[in-house]
Design a protein around this ligand. Structure first.
Ligand code: CMP
Length: 139
């Protein structure tokens, strides 16, 4: 079925001017960018977005990294978009990411791993609503 997923191009990637190269990966994989904006997250926004991880040892560093520069938040649409995006991103840790994936090719570390993608359709709906009004998504 056609699905939507929330994607974030992280500060390590915007800093290295990789937005276009990463967007090309999505489009070449058949995903359509149906909403997109470049934003500087506040600490409160990053903490809320990643609140599921708040007990993890890396939470403070994760939040600090995510506010270290601009991010591009986007909605990707396509057949099985949640799983498709996870395939093309590759594993969270670029050391484990398959060749040809975004993280294998661009990520610097498990923290500076270039992209975030929703891990389920249920979380995608929550994450999309966190950043976008319905009227900002044009399929
Ligand atoms: P993301 O998909 O955005 O979701 C949570 C993020 O935490 C993850 O990608 C990683 O970039 C980040 N992170 C930082 N350190 C770790 C770690 N040790 N284990 C897992 N995720 C980590």
């Amino acid at each position: 079925a056609t699905e939507r997923t929330l994607s974030i191009i992280k500060p390590d990637a915007t800093r290295r001017n990789l937005t276009g190269k990463i967007n090309a990966r999505f489009e070449e994989a058949g995903l359509r960018i149906v909403a997109q904006k470049r934003v500087q997250l506040t600490k409160a926004q990053a903490e809320q977005f990643y609140s599921v991880h708040k007990e993890r040892s890396f939470f403070g560093e994760l939040v600090a990294f995510m506010i270290s520069g601009p991010v591009v938040v986007q909605v990707l649409e396509g057949e099985g978009a949640v799983a498709r995006n996870r395939e093309i991103m590759g594993a969270t840790n670029p050391a484990n990411a398959a060749p040809g994936t975004i993280r294998a090719d661009f990520a610097e570390s498990v923290e500076a791993n270039s992209v975030h993608g929703s891990d389920s359709a249920e979380n995608a709906a929550i994450e999309i609503a966190y950043f976008f009004a319905g009227s900002e998504i044009v399929g």
